[in-house]
Ligand binder design. Structure first.
Ligand SMILES: Nc1ncnc2c1ncn2[C@@H]1O[C@H](COP(=O)(O)OP(=O)(O)OP(=O)(O)O)[C@@H](O)[C@H]1O
Length: 260
């Protein structure tokens, strides 16, 4: 009888470390993320959350350790190559063209996936591309904003548009750096609910950094807590939030400016 081997985790970090000069921003991080998990990464300012995401997304090379994507060693592989392999990432500040409409932004993102070398000017005449872009906006519940200029959109819609664009290649693993930062408290839940619905529908594995602990409690299936570049707790939200240092140092601290 042949036995199938268990599937490799979607993401695995083994002993990942990153130093800037003599300063250790990430320290011997071990992390394995399975298919379909939604992992919230929490930690105080400067704990190493973005450094970890940058290493996984190929924006930074680790000083030590290895990163595996579906069992393949991708340590130090550049972000563009990782994007083609199925890892997408959004940044804290949306990467959008403010003088174009939401639809035009989405068309650009989709056309770069479909035909990276095609002229930019020819993209806007493509009816199929416009239809696909409208559908993509609809997946995140923002199709009614298609014709608005990005500069006129509320921050929550900008965040959703940015993530819709970052995920236009239908990645297996999505890394989100503070998907609700700068979003008003009224808009936050709506933004996260739309993201959660979309990623549940596609079965996408998600790792997101978040300072708002209510959002983490509601939307993460698992929480990883970092302090001084090291993982101090990793598990179901209720367990991690019960950890003494997490409760004192991370949950106890106020939200950064603009995130309240
Ligand atoms: N390129 C760099 N050069 C030098 N130090 C850096 C660099 N990038 C990050 N650091 C330092 O590494 C530490 C971790 O930074 P990182 O951005 O990963 O923290 P974070 O947990 O994401 O914080 P925040 O919640 O404020 O975004 C910080 O002390 C930061 O100043």
């Amino acid at each position: 009888m042949t036995r199938s081997r268990p599937a490799a985790p979607v993401l695995e970090c083994r002993g990942v470390a990153k130093s800037f000069g003599g300063f250790a921003a990430a320290n011997a991080i071990d992390l394995a993320v399975s298919e379909g998990e939604v992992v919230g990464v929490i930690g105080s300012n400067g704990a190493g959350k973005t450094t970890l995401l940058n290493i996984v997304s190929g924006h930074l090379k680790p000083t030590k350790g290895k990163v595996f994507f579906r069992g393949e060693d991708v340590t130090g592989v550049p972000s563009r190559t990782l994007a083609r392999k199925g890892i997408a990432r959004s940044f804290q500040v949306p990467q959008l063209f403010p003088t174009l409409s939401a639809l035009e932004n989405m068309m650009l993102a989709l056309s770069l996936v479909a035909a990276p070398r095609k002229s930019i000017l020819s993209r806007f005449d493509d009816a199929d591309l416009a239809t696909a872009a409208r559908d993509a906006l609809d997946h995140y519940g923002i199709a009614d904003c298609a014709d608005s200029l990005v500069s006129e959109l509320p921050q929550g819609v900008r965040k959703l548009l940015d993530i819709a664009m970052a995920t236009s290649a239908e990645p297996d693993l999505v890394l989100l750096d503070e998907p609700t930062s700068g979003v008003s408290s009224e808009e936050k839940s709506d933004v996260m609910q739309r993201l959660a619905d979309r990623f549940a529908a596609t079965g996408t594995t998600v790792v997101f950094i978040e300072h708002d602990m209510d959002i983490v409690r509601r939307y993460a299936s698992r929480v990883v807590a970092l302090t001084d570049g090291s993982v101090i707790a990793d598990g179901p939200p209720e367990e991690v939030f019960a950890h003494a240092t997490v409760a004192d140092v991370i949950v106890g601290e106020p939200l950064p400016e603009g995130d309240a």
